[in-house]
Design a protein around this ligand. Sequence first.
Ligand SMILES: Cc1cc2nc3c(=O)[nH]c(=O)nc-3n(C[C@H](O)[C@H](O)[C@H](O)COP(=O)(O)OP(=O)(O)OC[C@H]3O[C@@H](n4cnc5c(N)ncnc54)[C@H](O)[C@@H]3O)c2cc1C
Length: 383
Amino acid sequence: MAGKDQDVSDWDVIVVGAGPAGSAAALAALESKPDARVLLLDRAPLGRDKVCGDGIAPHTVAALDALGVRSVEPHEVVETVKLSAPGGASSSAVTSDPGYVVPRATFDERLARAAIERGAVFVERRVTSVVPDDSGVTVDGQDRAPVLIAADGANSVVRRAIGQGHNAKRALAVAVRGYAPTPKGRPRELEIRWDARRAGGLCYAWSFPTANGTSNVGYGMSAAALTNGRAELEERMRLLLPDHDLDGVELSGHNLPLSVATPQFAVGRVLLTGDAASLINPLTGEGIYSAVASGIMAGRAAVTDAASAGERYSRELREKFGRQHRQLRLVYPLVDSKAVLDAVIRACSTNRGTFDRLLDVGLGESSFRMRDVGTLLRHLVRR
Ligand SMILES: Cc1cc2nc3c(=O)[nH]c(=O)nc-3n(C[C@H](O)[C@H](O)[C@H](O)COP(=O)(O)OP(=O)(O)OC[C@H]3O[C@@H](n4cnc5c(N)ncnc54)[C@H](O)[C@@H]3O)c2cc1C
């Protein structure tokens, strides 16, 4: 065993990152083992912002409800989803399970505080050193546990420390986000406007209304196709959201590591979760649900049996998301085709089942069935 001396504090599990993945991991560990010593480290204080669309899928709310955590409030609900195709057609529906829009500073703090209330010890510190060995992991030379859960996001230092490189550009999206006044008279709906350009993957603007009169607006696209940095993202956003007053809106950018290329989910005693494991859905940019779901599995595995935690966690994660990941790897290159996007909208407008399925694949762990592919092909042929 390396690095153990009397100045090192011992824990049952160390979680690096107090975003949705990290807090869910701490909550699940403490649910499985209420007396577990859980260290939750984050470089930022509680209540920090995270560049995001702030769209909280019903799947996320359900997973957190099951842990006894109230993550959303009734006034934050947004029941309608509207998808607009490059050709101008659109499809909108009240969803059977509604989503929510909660600024991440608020949402993430709710989760982290719930973990702290149940016994996690939160320490504000930027992790710089992660040294794994056969029986555990030492962090920054001062904390040690038999298992470490990496929940430190898209630019994970832990992932790098265990020799798992970050996603190449073709498996990465980039996006900008800001808060604009919600246009007067605009219905309260989560709107995604797909772009007409061939960008090799994910490429759209969104407008998600918060509960305080602003809308979270942004634009994201494949990093491989970006030629003019943030200016290009801003220009496309203005083009796709002409009904929003974007003057003076402060924009921030961030990466989205897409699940079209994932690292090894566990290496020895280190388990990668959420964005650190590249779990973002490439169809929608949704990553909070996969962060929470993976965090829960990692937290449970970590306190059940440290020696087999990595193997158990990787197996469970593959069982849950493996089929979707394989399928979306094939589908992803097609999502920038105007013909495909128009056909999707036509299929959704005429078939409620297709609309629901699309949301379920885009927000949860589902995958498409042969019947969905048949419906889409029929609409493609009929155009
Ligand atoms: C523009 C944009 C829009 C998006 N919109 C949506 C959306 O509407 N809905 C959705 O579901 N998903 C969306 N996503 C994806 C979503 O934001 C992420 O998938 C999600 O935040 C992943 O959660 P996480 O806990 O893995 O990582 P994060 O939320 O990034 O949390 C990581 C935490 O680790 C901490 N940290 C990082 N490095 C260190 C370190 N060295 N030491 C200590 N702490 C550290 C950070 O401070 C942070 O608190 C969007 C992403 C972007 C970029």
